[in-house]
Design a protein around this ligand. Structure first.
Ligand code: CJB
Length: 798
């Protein structure tokens, strides 16, 4: 399994031509960009398959422990570009394509993003898959093959409009359909218990069929599998009904089954509580566990060995049915005793918590659970009774209380290890939501601070900076990111200038894209100030847009002053049913329209909000950012991963002491980070003040002016009352303390302006941010999971 970058352009040329002709059925004269993209994708996929087989063979040979990452979301983005970078084939393929007047960029951009996720949680899963392959950790990702990923966002009169996403509308060249890897997933019906043995008679069944995508690691040394389940009917067609002329009803079984893998739920951090969602979660979990047991039993015959050979990670509570399902399979199907089955299940399972927001901790009514999964409801009740007996916990600590099944508690009780995703978040888990469970099960909670893959988020997305890094510290940093520290030893005016040139080139490229797509001309010497993430009140895009308005006011009052020009860039989607978040989106767009048309200020302040933020847009935007906005209310953002990508790409952070910001600041140095706002403790204190919003507003003339302008409809004269609801919310509720942190934010932004104006100082800070970002490689995170959670070994070089 050697690096492949020695593959000659001749070989690639021949293989691409072969696929163009015989797979796509096109000759060069008539081939479209799509045909070329497919031919290149098949060629690259062929190259991955060898390392994939080799990795599987080695895992069987070494009887290694396998890791199974169960996640309802994998936000992968484009696959071809990532594979090309990891295999080191960039230059050769570029050369081959150029001969036919094509460019790799055109071909790459023809690929739709695989958007099987909402945001951070799904993107983290994608980074983890890549790092597990890079580290040679034998692993499977298990998810759902949604036909429609996250919706497309358009703006209509500034409002978010959602349209369905359609990535599977065309052949997907990266997957292998596995008709033989197929499991029956049961639902509903009733349970008979005779002589202590339960038999579930389901009323509905659906088939889960596997679709495998190889995930290649850095330099192609190892590949793991992302196995996504597609739902298919057990009974394809009701022929009797068809023959009697009822053609629609005849197709009903198929339509019903397929709804299970049809759409990704677009809610992020909210509990939707829908039956279909519960069925999706069980569909994933059951298919994955049946597959895991089948594979295990093909190698071993003693189920007690399961915890030694299998580690299962539950990515949030979404796959938390894994506990009861594994017990069910072991007891009802494989005939194990309850106690033994439960011990084995607990030995395999681990749970990652991604948020402390109460609305995100899933709960299902016992009525729904009992109806959809009657056998699981029984098992959950028994787990709960034993949990109660062992810990003597109060009622609100039980898995089932107030007629609801608390999935966080279930996941916690059934897991060997429970982890948070940043040091602060893991501490807060112990102090707040999971405090009692932590006491009942001491030592179970640990921390694994998130990370991101530097292959996609630096090497691929930022070739200009990558080149500067390689020229300065040599090669090899891509899978040893701590080496970025060496940059500080080379600090010099030349290096700073090189970093600045790379950043400017990225800003020019992004400006060209904005020009082409939005018709706006950006000044590449202005500070690019970027906030991209899901739109959510706790992330406080509202704070940022209030500051934007205050800045506009200040410039208008004194246009001749020495302003630092800024481009405020926003990106992100709101959950379709999240009213306040959608209001915030509309406000940003309304403000942009007015500010961008002000001849007095537009050379000093612009507001840009490109629609449909996704992984590919992030790859364009992050390398072009000067300032990264990480301004959530302290204690609310579990970690953040965008914050890490910005740091790696030489943007400075303005941020609160929240999530992984805390650790980023430690690694880059407090003097290289713009800190503002209340701490998590101060936030709790502030909530106790009954008129916290009003008193903060009264203390800031700038904020009063902003709110007054919204009251008057300054940005929406056609409907002046549009933001009165948002205003009322801010004055009287302000649940995420926008008003209370406003003055500190404004003051900190002034410091940012001054720092940016001092080019040399800024460049030095940029250097220290990049140099300090090595810790945030997902390779470090995965090593942590392998050692402390999974007890799994790398099989590379063995
Ligand atoms: N997160 O994206 C989601 N969705 C959820 O439902 C809950 C949490 C995010 O997970 C990321 C990965 O751990 C975190 O970095 C982020 O703070 C959190 O909001």
């Amino acid at each position: 399994m050697n690096a492949m970058n020695t593959l000659s352009a001749d070989l690639l040329r021949a293989r691409i031509a072969q696929h163009l002709t015989y797979t796509m059925g096109k000759d060069k004269a008539h081939a479209s960009t799509y045909d070329w993209r497919m031919a290149v994708s098949y060629t690259v996929r062929d190259l991955i398959v060898d390392s994939w087989f080799e990795a599987t063979r080695k895992t069987y040979e070494e009887q290694g422990k396998r890791v199974y990452y169960l996640s309802m979301e994998f936000l992968i983005g484009r696959i071809l570009e990532d594979a090309v970078i990891n295999l080191g084939l960039h230059e050769q393929i570029e050369e081959v394509l150029a001969e036919d007047g094509m460019s790799l960029m055109d071909v790459v951009e023809n690929e739709p993003d695989a958007a099987l996720g909402n945001g951070g949680l799904g993107r983290l899963a994608a980074c983890f898959l890549e790092s597990m392959s890079t580290l040679g950790c034998p692993a499977f990702g298990y998810g759902i093959r949604y036909e429609h990923g996250l919706f497309r966002q358009r703006f209509q009169g500034g409002r978010q409009v959602e349209t369905p996403e359609d990535w599977l509308n065309q052949p997907h060249p990266w997957e292998f359909e596995r008709p033989e890897a197929c499991y029956t997933v049961p639902f509903k019906g009733h349970v008979d218990t005779r002589d202590g043995k339960a038999t579930w008679h389901p009323a509905e069944t659906v088939l889960a069929r596997a679709y495998d995508t190889p995930v290649v690691g850095w330099q192609g040394k190892w590949s793991n599998t992302l196995r996504l389940w597609g739902a298919h009917p057990t009974e394809l067609f009701d022929l009797e009904r068809f023959n009697s002329g009822d053609h629609t009803a005849a197709a009903a079984p198929e339509a019903l089954a397929r709804t299970l893998s049809r759409v990704l739920y677009p809610e992020d951090t909210t509990d939707s509580g829908k039956e279909l969602r519960l069925k999706q979660e069980y569909f994933l979990t059951s298919a994955a566990l049946q597959d895991i047991l089948r594979r295990f039993l093909s190698e071993y015959d003693d189920l007690s060995l399961l915890p030694q050979k299998v580690a299962i990670q539950m990515n949030d509570t979404h796959p938390a049915l894994a506990g009861p399902e594994l017990i069910r399979l072991l007891v009802d199907v494989h005939g194990l005793e309850w106690d033994r089955a439960k011990t084995i299940a607990q030995g395999c399972l681990n749970y990652t918590n991604h948020t402390l927001l109460p609305e995100a901790l899933e709960k299902w009514s016992t009525w729904l659970m009992g109806r959809v999964l009657p056998r699981h409801m029984q098992i959950i009740e028994r787990i709960d009774a034993e949990h109660h007996a062992a810990t003597d916990c109060p009622p609100d600590l039980r898995i089932v209380h107030h007629d609801q099944v608390h999935m966080g508690t279930l996941a916690f009780v059934m897991a060997s290890h429970v982890n948070g995703v940043s040091a602060l978040h893991s501490d807060l888990m112990k102090q707040t939501v999971f405090a009692d469970l932590d006491r009942a099960y001491p030592g179970r909670i640990l921390n694994q601070t998130n990370g991101v893959t530097p292959r996609r988020w630096l090497k691929l997305s930022n070739p200009a900076l990558s080149q500067v890094i390689t020229e300065t510290i040599g090669t090899g940093w891509e899978d040893d990111l701590d080496r970025l520290k060496e940059l500080t030893e080379h600090d010099s005016p030349d290096l700073r200038a090189a970093l600045r040139r790379a950043k400017r080139a990225n800003k020019v490229a992004f400006g060209n894209w904005v020009q082409a797509n939005m018709g706006l001309t950006l000044d590449p010497d202005a500070m690019f100030d970027v906030q991209i993430k899901r739109v959510h009140e706790y992330k406080r895009q509202l704070l940022n847009v209030f500051e934007t308005i205050a800045r506009w006011n200040a410039i208008r009052k004194n246009p001749g002053a020495d302003w630092t020009p800024r481009v405020k860039i926003f990106g992100g989607k709101a959950a379709p049913g999240y009213f306040t978040a959608k209001e915030i989106i509309r406000l940003i767009n309304d403000v942009a329209k007015v500010v961008n048309n002000d001849p007095l200020t537009r050379h000093l302040l612009q507001v840009v909000y490109p629609a449909n933020y996704n992984v590919s847009m992030a790859q364009r935007l992050i390398p072009a950012a000067d300032l990264s906005e990480q301004i959530s209310t302290a204690g609310k953002e579990a970690s953040g991963t965008g914050n890490m990508k910005f740091t790696m790409n030489g943007a400075l952070t303005i941020g609160t002491l929240d999530g992984a910001n805390v650790e980023i600041r430690e690694h880059v140095g407090a003097e290289n980070f713009f800190l503002f706002g209340m701490t998590a403790d101060e936030v709790l204190e502030r909530y106790r003040k009954p008129d916290h919003a009003r008193s903060a507003i009264m203390a800031s003339q700038e904020l009063q002016d902003v709110l007054q302008m919204l009251a008057e409809g300054r940005f929406n004269p056609e409907e002046p009352t549009r933001y009165h609801g948002l205003l009322d919310h801010t004055w009287n509720h302000d649940p995420f303390l926008v008003a209370s942190d406003f003055s500190a934010f404004l003051a900190c932004q002034t410091k940012v302006d001054a720092a940016y104006a001092d080019t040399d100082r800024w460049d030095g800070m940029v250097l220290r941010n990049i140099a300090g970002s090595g810790y945030f490689s997902s390779d470090r995170t995965i090593r942590g999971y392998m050692e402390q959670v999974w007890d799994a070994k790398s099989l590379l070089n063995r």
